[in-house]
Design a protein around this ligand. Structure first.
Ligand code: SF4
Length: 255
């Protein structure tokens, strides 16, 4: 079932295919979720997650065939009003057991309709070779790498896994980084202070980054008290990022 609303309430997908929505980064975007509404297929715990406290983690996967069929139908109705097909949705797409099948089909369908294909991912699945290969089907893959936690990942990594993650990211041919900066709860600087910024930049220097998208909180958050940073803070991050990495840096404030 396709929702044709311009705005998805709270940006929480209400179907396997959602939108088209107007995206600040990609224009008119038809969204693809690999998880059904009401269940978040993601093992991470980002404090700012817009998906809220829905049941998380392992659940029965939606068959790839159903996702692909729904997208095929939605594109007939909406392709003329879209710029991209964006796989993101109600959880982490690369955690879906049939992700390579989905990736292949989404990229092909987008291409047939003259649209670009985009994947937004926390990068977890990229450590599996078949998933990494499937990601090459997309026109753009944007990988979350946040300041604050070890290795930019809001999940526990043991030492070996952290090193594998860094090695994997070093092999991504065009590494597009996305990161979210926030403050709080309360008086806490969140992940926005100079120490976090320096550590994050040091991590990124060793990776083949081609672009960075910086944003802040613009929607409801999973954890109470997490708030947006103001534009001057984002500008400071942009300047330092630009100086150190020397790649295009795009900044998206709260409004
Ligand atoms: S990786 Fe994405 S879906 Fe998972 S907790 Fe973080 S923001 Fe939410």
């Amino acid at each position: 079932m396709v929702s044709a609303r311009d705005v998805v309430t709270g940006h929480v997908p209400d179907g396997l295919i959602y939108g088209p929505v107007t995206s600040r980064r990609f224009g008119r975007s038809l969204g693809v979720s690999c998880d059904a509404p009401g269940q978040v297929g993601c093992a991470w715990a980002c404090p700012y997650c817009q998906l809220g406290e829905q049941p998380r983690g392992r659940h029965v996967a939606v068959p790839a065939e159903r996702i692909i069929d729904d997208l095929r139908v939605a594109l007939i109705d909406h392709a003329a009003d879209c710029d991209v097909v964006c796989v993101a949705g109600n959880g982490e797409p690369t955690d879906h057991p049939e992700f390579p099948v989905i990736a292949m089909a989404v990229a092909q369908l987008a291409r047939i309709h003259g649209l670009r294909s985009i994947l937004l991912t926390n990068g977890d699945g990229l450590m599996t070779p078949a998933v990494g290969c499937a990601c090459e089907e997309f026109d753009e893959v944007h990988v979350k790498f946040d300041p604050g936690p070890n290795d930019g990942a809001w999940r526990h990594f043991d030492v070996d896994t952290a090193e594998r993650r860094r090695a994997m990211l070093r092999n991504v041919p065009e590494l597009r980084i996305q990161a979210l900066i926030y403050q709080g709860p309360g008086e806490s600087p969140g992940n926005a202070d100079a120490v976090a910024r320096q550590r994050w930049l040091t991590d990124l220097v060793g990776l083949p980054v081609v672009s960075v998208d910086l944003s802040t909180v613009a929607r409801d958050t999973r954890r109470a008290g997490i708030e947006a940073v103001d534009d001057t803070v984002l500008e400071q991050w942009r300047r330092d990022c630009d100086a150190v990495l020397q790649v295009p840096v795009r900044v998206y404030g709260a409004s």
